[in-house]
Design a binder for this molecule. Structure first.
Ligand SMILES: Cc1cc2nc3c(=O)[nH]c(=O)nc-3n(C[C@H](O)[C@H](O)[C@H](O)COP(=O)(O)OP(=O)(O)OC[C@H]3O[C@@H](n4cnc5c(N)ncnc54)[C@H](O)[C@@H]3O)c2cc1C
Length: 373
C-alpha cells in the first residue's frame, strides 16, 4: 500500500514507523524538518493523572492506555533506532503554593480518587522530604508516582531513524498544499518540492498529521479544514549547576518544572490563543520565571539557556481527531493538543490500524474526525 503522511511530528512519524514496519510504502512530507512543529517544543510530560480534568474528559481512558503502552514503546523504539529516549519514571508532584491553591489542589486530588487514579496527598513537609529545595511555604501536594517524562528531542531523533530503517522515506523542505480527492477517495497530494517547483505525490492513503497548520491544507472534507486551531505555549530552559535541583517533575498553578539528565531544567508553559503568532513575550517569560521562583526559589540563581515557543494543535472540542474521515483513504492523526507526546504510542497504533483495516478502531470510536466534519 502506498501511503503519504503530511507532517513529521510525533504523530506523523509514529504512524509512519508502524506502517513502514507493516510493509507499506511510506513517504513522510515535511515542510521544514522533522519535529519543527510542536513536537520538539514540548516539555515531554507523560501525565494523564496530573492533568485529569475536574470536568468529564472523553479521552482520559485513551491517555491512560497510552501511558500503559509507553514502556513497551520505549523498548521497541530504542531497539529499532539505537537512540536512548531518556524515559524517566520518577513521578510527579502537583504542589499548592498557598492556602487558596491548597483548596483547589485538594479538589483535584478528590477527583483523582473518584476516578480511581493512583495519587496520594502529602503535607508540605513530606513534599520537601521528597524535593528538598521546594519553597518552605508550600502547604501541601499530590504525589503521582505513575506520571513520567521523556525527552521529545530524542523521541523525534529516534522516530526518524526507526522510520528510515523500516524502509520509509522522509522528505524535508516539502510543503503540501492540497489533498487530491476524486470520486470520494483520496488519490495523493500536491504541493511544492524542496526545489520550490510544483510537485504531485500519488497515494492510496493520505494521513494528515500537519499539527496546528492542518487548517492551511485544502481538500479536507466539510468543516474539518477549520477544526484545528493553534494554541501557543512559551517555554524556557535553565541550567542546573553544579548539580540537579529537582528529581521529579513538579507542577505548580502557574508553571511546571522538569529536570533533565543533561542538566537542563525545563520551565513551561503558557497557553495562549494568538493564531499563528509564535513570538516570545516579556509577559510570558515573566510568568514562567515568577511561577518557577515561587515554587523552587533556587531557580533565581540558575543560568538561563534558551527560550522558545510552540503551537499545540487543538480541535474545536479539544479532543484528538484519530482515524478515518468520510473520504475513503483520508485518515487523520491530529488534534493532539497538550498531550501529543503522551499520546504518541496510541496514536501510532490506532491510526495505523485504521489505515490497514480501513475501519475505525474501537478504542478511538468516539474520537473519529467525522464528528467535526
Ligand atoms: C509548549 C508546549 C509544551 C508541550 N508539552 C507537552 C507535554 O509535556 N506532554 C505532551 O504529551 N504534550 C505536550 N505538548 C503537546 C505536543 O507537543 C503536541 O500535541 C504534539 O507535538 C503534536 O504533534 P503533531 O505531530 O500532531 O504536530 P507537530 O509536532 O506540530 O507536527 C506537525 C508537522 O507538520 C508539518 N507541516 C505542517 N503543515 C505542513 C504542510 N502543509 N506540508 C508539510 N508539512 C507540514 C510541520 O512543519 C510539523 O513538523 C506540548 C506542546 C507545546 C507547544
Amino acid at each position: 500500500m502506498e501511503v503519504v503522511v503530511i507532517g513529521a511530528g510525533v504523530a506523523g512519524l509514529g504512524v509512519a514507523w508502524r506502517l513502514a514496519s507493516a510493509g507499506c510504502r511510506v513517504r513522510v512530507l515535511e515542510r521544514a524538518r522533522p519535529g519543527a512543529g510542536a513536537s520538539t517544543a514540548a516539555a515531554g510530560m507523560l501525565a494523564p493523572v496530573s492533568e485529569a480534568e475536574l470536568i468529564e474528559d472523553s479521552a482520559l481512558e485513551l491517555k491512560l492506555e497510552s501511558l500503559r503502552r509507553w514502556p513497551g514503546f520505549v523498548a521497541s523504539l530504542e531497539a529499532a533506532s539505537g537512540v536512548e529516549l531518556e524515559y524517566r519514571g520518577d513521578g510527579t508532584l502537583v504542589v499548592a503554593l498557598d492556602r487558596d491553591d491548597a483548596e483547589q489542589v485538594r479538589r483535584h486530588y478528590e477527583r483523582m480518587v473518584e476516578l480511581g487514579l493512583p495519587a496520594s496527598w502529602v503535607s508540605g513537609e513530606e513534599a520537601r522530604g521528597m524535593e528538598p529545595l521546594l519553597s518552605p511555604t508550600i502547604p501541601a501536594a499530590i504525589s503521582i508516582p505513575s506520571d513520567h517524562q521523556v525527552d521529545p528531542l530524542r523521541l523525534i531523533e529516534a522516530l526518524v531513524v526507526a522510520v528510515e530503517r523500516a524502509g520509509g522515506v522522509i522528505e524535508s523542505g516539502v510543503e503540501v498544499e492540497e489533498i487530491e480527492v476524486w470520486g470520494g477517495a483520496a488519490r495523493g497530494v500536491v504541493g511544492r518540492g524542496a526545489d520550490g517547483a510544483e510537485a504531485r505525490w500519488a497515494a492510496e492513503v493520505v494521513v494528515v498529521a500537519a499539527g496546528a497548520w492542518t487548517r492551511r491544507l485544502r481538500g479536507l472534507p466539510g468543516r474539518l479544514g477549520r477544526a484545528i486551531r493553534p494554541v501557543k505555549g512559551q517555554m524556557m530552559a535553565l541550567l542546573m549547576e553544579p548539580e540537579p535541583v529537582l528529581r521529579r517533575v513538579v507542577r505548580a498553578p502557574e508553571c511546571y518544572l522538569i529536570p533533565r539528565r543533561d542538566g537542563r531544567l525545563i520551565l513551561g508553559a503558557t497557553s495562549e490563543e494568538r493564531g499563528f503568532d509564535e513570538r516570545l513575550t516579556a509577559g510570558g517569560m515573566f510568568e514562567l520565571l515568577r511561577g518557577a521562583w515561587e515554587t523552587l526559589p533556587i531557580t533565581y540563581e540558575l543560568p538561563l539557556l534558551r527560550s522558545w515557543t510552540g503551537l499545540r494543535p487543538a480541535a474545536l472540542d479539544n479532543e484528538p481527531l484519530l482515524g478515518q474521515t468520510s473520504v475513503s483513504g483520508l485518515v487523520m492523526a491530529g488534534g493532539l493538543y497538550r498531550n501529543g507526546i503522551l499520546l504518541t504510542p496510541i496514536t501510532a497504533d490506532v491510526v495505523s490500524e485504521a489505515v490497514l483495516s480501513g475501519a475505525q478502531p474501537a478504542l478511538a470510536a468516539h474520537l473519529s474526525p467525522r464528528r467535526l466534519e
